[in-house]
Design a protein around this ligand. Structure first.
Ligand code: ZN
Ligand code: ZN
Length: 427
């Protein structure tokens, strides 16, 4: 196992300050930020790109400030919410009207022509219909009977968030967690990425559950359903109205006729994009408040730190997956490797030095608000949690439930680890 005290120092080539060195992490200068972000993405230098970045940064800072002022979404936030809903409903209304017109055509008939037209329109409406999301694929499903202690803790956290628990837990290999509502009855599904779960201490796990259940409490998943399906309809429209390349004269006329609706769809999509990214980020901040209330402010802030170093965890798992396979081919060793993975991951995460956490935070601040990212930067989420008066944990994970949950997850721990060692990890 790697030892933390391999650190040596070296002077910064830029300012001469002493830099701590750890062969596993980037060497950088805390004084002048030399080499703080060696993997910075290539940034477009065009005027448009710069303006886009500046706007994203401005919007992000403004939202951060506002979210710091008030717990609830401000007036501007509520307006965005209403607009998003209105646009989504209008999109669905178009589909309803289309269906009604189609039915009317079929009923009137007009000597068969109406029936034909009606059927075509019905087909069109069918492709535009809202599609309910299905159960997330590729994970291991844990029902209430499989993991009663886990569900008990989820229920307890849900209580704090003022909502009900989930109907199904899906465990997968992501360094992430999420919630969705599935099917007509809106079954609540919590997807837990086991690598993330294994990186966390018990109160941080409560904070994570608090964040996810907070999304139900905020109505984020319900809105996600209404808006997500409208989004899908709009993309379908865009596909139908896309101009034909190398058009024949007839197609040129069609392209021209489609121009106006095409521009309209594009404008609606752009507006929806802009509005939803703000609404979404606000939802994340609000969910973080539930994380703090459930697991304590401290645990929620620690959770943010763990999210900051997710990349290091991915590196660990990739390294373990790429280890020479010879050793693992001996009978019995595959299981050992799988059992070992989580211990190695926990130890690696535990040994990440403070200066790496600090580097990740500064990288977040320097890169600013990603234009396309729907989440607020993690360092700002952490700052916001720490800026408010600290709250104690409403739910405390007892050693007993910790042990029982660990037992309930034993099966999936092995399955997910075997999957990671076999297939590696994405991203
Ligand atoms: Zn320096
Ligand atoms: Zn979230």
């Amino acid at each position: 196992m790697s030892v933390v005290d391999e650190q040596t120092t070296q002077p910064c080539p830029e300012c001469g300050a002493e830099m701590r060195m750890d062969p596993r992490f980037t060497t950088w200068c805390t004084e002048c930020d030399w080499n703080v972000d060696p993997d910075a993405p290539e940034e477009g230098s065009g005027r448009f790109e710069k303006a886009r970045r500046a706007r994203a940064h401005r919007d992000g800072e403004r939202l951060h400030t506002r979210m710091g002022d008030a717990e609830s979404a401000g007036g501007g936030g509520r307006l965005s919410l209403i607009l998003v809903h209105a646009i989504a409903c209008a999109v669905h209304a178009v589909t309803v009207v289309l269906t009604a017109v189609a039915a009317w055509c079929v009923v009137r008939g007009w000597g068969g022509l109406g029936v034909l037209l009606g059927l075509v329109l019905l087909l069109l409406a069918w492709t535009l219909r809202p599609r309910l999301s299905r159960l997330p694929q590729g994970g291991h499903v844990l029902g209430r009977d499989d993991a009663p202690a886990l569900y008990d803790v989820i229920d307890e956290v849900a209580d704090v968030a003022g909502t009900r628990g989930v109907d199904l837990v899906v465990v997968d290999a992501e360094i992430n967690a999420s919630v969705t509502s599935c099917g007509l009855r809106g079954r609540r599904v919590l997807t837990l990425g086991l690598p993330l779960w294994e990186m966390l201490g018990s109160q941080q796990r409560i904070a994570l559950l608090g964040h996810e259940l907070g999304h139900f409490s905020n109505g984020d998943t319900r809105r996600g359903l209404v808006v997500g399906t409208a989004y899908h309809s709009l993309l379908t429209w865009r596909y139908y109205l896309a101009p034909t390349a190398d058009p024949t004269p007839v197609e040129m006329v069609v392209n021209l006729v489609y121009l106006v609706p095409r521009l309209l769809i594009r404008a609606v999509l752009l507006t929806l994009d802009r509005l939803t990214s703000g609404v979404h980020r606000r939802g994340e901040y609000l969910a973080d408040s539930f994380a703090g209330r459930a697991g304590s402010t401290e645990a929620a802030a620690d959770l943010m730190d763990k999210l900051l170093v997710a990349e290091s965890a991915a590196t660990t798992m990739r390294r373990e997956a790429n280890r020479p396979r010879a050793g693992r081919r001996r009978p019995g060793t595959a299981t050992e490797g799988a059992d070992n993975l989580w211990a190695v991951l926990a130890a690696d995460v535990e040994s990440i030095p403070d200066h790496e956490y600090e580097r990740r935070r500064r990288v977040g601040a320097a890169r600013g608000h990603c234009v396309d990212s729907s989440h607020p930067p993690t360092h700002l989420r952490r700052e916001r949690l720490l800026a408010a008066a600290p709250v104690p944990a409403a739910v405390v994970m007892s050693d007993e439930s910790e042990r029982r949950i660990s037992g309930e997850l034993a099966g999936v721990r092995r399955l997910v680890a075997e999957g990671i060692l076999r297939d590696g990890i994405d991203g």
